[in-house]
Design a protein around this ligand. Structure first.
Ligand SMILES: NC(=O)c1ccc[n+]([C@@H]2O[C@H](COP(=O)([O-])OP(=O)(O)OC[C@H]3O[C@@H](n4cnc5c(N)ncnc54)[C@H](OP(=O)(O)O)[C@@H]3O)[C@@H](O)[C@H]2O)c1
Length: 276
């Protein structure tokens, strides 16, 4: 031990570049982690009794969106393929909000709140599942106020196709959400607040290359795709479809937006690939 301590005492940090390089890398990791941890939403708006559908809400960003909107008084439907995880998420959200209400750290909707957070089955790999989900939801609720198309996959199996014959990233991230939006549109338009669609996309769209001879990527190109390209392609499709629908809805009270969350640490999306 004494030998080790004297080694540190006598070490000359300027003799080699390694300590400086290690400190630089460490500093960069800290900066990126800090930036990725995000900020708290600055406004305190309430959405009392608004019906909000969030896809992929059993984990990651979707779970946080669902919790934040339930805290503001929304009635939240978690649209998920893993029902056990979704029901667990609903219980966790309600329990955490109840705890925050009893020991308030920041503003929570009404003090007599009973939180409505419920799970419904939706598998975006199948159009049939999207139709079934839409039928159930439109039968259950007379209107939908907000649809948040959040679910997504990244780095899925290369060249994989869905049961409907589409490239996996494209169907899960884009096509099924597009279909879901169209099916729920009449219900969204019944919202007294005008209705709102939010599509979650990603900066990766900037790297996408869409072959406009085969925009749905059903040709042979998909086979040669790297999963990263397939993800970027699907997110560019989300962005373009958002712009298209926003133009279609111009002059109506329905708002259509997309957003990119930036890099978010600790979700399933990037956890497997980055130490951050
Ligand atoms: N994290 C980031 O840094 C980042 C950056 C840019 C964009 N985004 C976007 O943000 C959104 C949320 O991502 P996240 O980071 O929260 O990732 P996540 O933790 O992996 O969450 C993705 C969610 O989508 C669900 N999902 C996947 N395939 C589905 C399917 N076939 N049917 C229904 N649900 C399905 C997942 O359900 P299971 O648990 O059943 O898999 C999960 O709930 C995604 O659209 C993603 O592209 C994230």
């Amino acid at each position: 031990m004494d030998k080790l301590l004297s080694l540190f005492e006598n070490a000359d940090p300027f003799k080699t570049w390694w300590p400086a390089i290690a400190a630089l890398v460490f500093g960069l990791v800290i900066i990126v982690r800090t930036l990725m941890s995000g900020q708290r939403c600055p406004n305190d708006n309430q959405i009392r009794d608004q019906i909000v559908v969030v896809t992929g809400a059993n984990s990651g960003i979707g779970l946080e969106i669902a919790k934040a909107l339930a805290a503001r008084g929304g009635r939240i439907v978690l649209a998920c393929r893993n029902m056990a995880a979704a029901e667990r998420a609903a219980r966790v959200i309600k329990r955490e909000l109840e705890c925050q209400r009893l020991h308030p750290t920041h503003s929570i909707a009404a003090s007599d709140a009973k939180y409505f957070v419920e799970a419904r089955y939706l598998d975006l790999r199948s159009f049939e599942s999207v139709h079934r989900f839409a039928r159930r939801i439109t039968g259950e609720f007379e209107r939908i106020d907000v649809l948040i198309n959040n679910a997504g996959i990244i780095f899925g199996p290369l060249g994989a196709r869905t049961i409907d014959g589409y490239e996996l990233h494209l169907q899960v991230n884009y096509l099924s959400h597009f279909l879901l939006t169209q099916l729920l549109l009449p219900h969204l338009q019944r919202s007294p607040s005008g209705g709102r669609v939010v599509n979650v996309t990603a900066h990766a769209h900037a790297a996408a290359k869409i072959d406009f001879d085969d925009p749905l990527n059903v040709g042979t190109w998909a086979v040669n795709f790297h999963a990263r390209d397939a993800f970027a392609h699907s997110k560019l499709a989300v962005l373009l479809a958002t712009r298209w629908l926003a133009r279609q809805m111009k002059g109506t009270p329905l708002t259509v937006n997309c957003c990119t969350p930036g890099l978010v640490r600790g979700t399933g999306h990037l956890r497997r690939y980055f130490v951050l």
